[in-house]
Write a protein that binds this ligand. Structure first.
Ligand SMILES: [Zn+2]
Length: 230
């Protein structure tokens, strides 16, 4: 069958029109806990429209901090989804492109819930967009990068990870964000460069390559600078 010329033109125009949409990340937010107190509190104090707005903002912020101007530098993400769900366990947990936020956590949180939720999404969405050395990077470092995003965004609660405290990520990651901040101070763009190196694998030697010193030495210098508070 031969299609009339104007229909072909329409099809081509439509295809062209949809091309950019294929590359851009889509955002979905679903409250699956509407019938629970936490889900109701979410509707009252946060809401789906705010979630969708902040997801895009956070996504762009992550690209900025990771200095990923080009599509080819970014982790391919089709649809980033935030679910509010009724479950017991971690306040939030991310699998692939999907973030689950606990309605029970939202229910019980004391304080500015919207702020806390935004902070939580900075962390969880970093997991969606960061490289993790195809699973080879230490979990504490991957978590520290996500906390670093909270730190630089300024959406962090008072008392968040003081400087100079804690151990390296093999012994817990509470203060890894502050160590990354220290490394960033030594060489602006360090965190972006480290994330970039973590695309296909991981090696502690990345620290030597970027800062000229082994990570153990950087840690002791960091702790010497900010005090060995335990
Ligand atoms: Zn995490």
């Amino acid at each position: 069958m031969k299609l009339p010329h104007f229909i072909l033109v329409l099809i081509i125009l439509q295809t062209l029109h949809h091309l950019p949409a294929i590359l851009a990340v889509k955002y979905v937010a679903i409250n699956d806990a509407k019938n629970y107190p936490g889900g109701k509190r979410f509707e009252n104090e946060i809401g789906i429209p705010y979630t969708l707005k902040i997801m895009e903002e956070i996504n762009n912020y992550i690209y900025k901090i990771f200095q990923q101007k080009n599509e080819s530098d970014r982790k391919p993400v089709g649809v980033a989804t935030v679910f509010i769900r009724q479950y017991n366990g971690a306040e939030a947990i991310t699998y692939g492109e999907t973030v689950n936020v606990s309605a029970l956590y939202l229910q019980g949180y004391q304080g500015n819930l919207k702020w806390e939720y935004t902070s939580l999404l900075y962390h969880e969405l970093t997991h969606v967009f960061q490289w993790n050395g195809e699973g080879q990077a230490p979990i504490g470092l991957v978590e520290g990068m996500a906390d670093y995003m909270i730190l630089v965004s300024n959406y962090y609660p008072k008392g968040f990870a003081s400087r100079g405290m804690g151990q390296r990520w093999d012994q817990g990651y509470d203060f890894t964000a502050r160590f990354l901040e220290y490394c960033e101070g030594l060489k602006p763009g360090f965190v972006a460069a480290l994330n970039k190196k973590m695309r296909y694998n991981f090696s502690e030697n990345f620290f030597v390559e970027l800062l000229g010193k082994p990570v153990a030495q950087l840690w002791s210098e960091y702790k010497a600078k900010y005090g060995n508070i335990k």
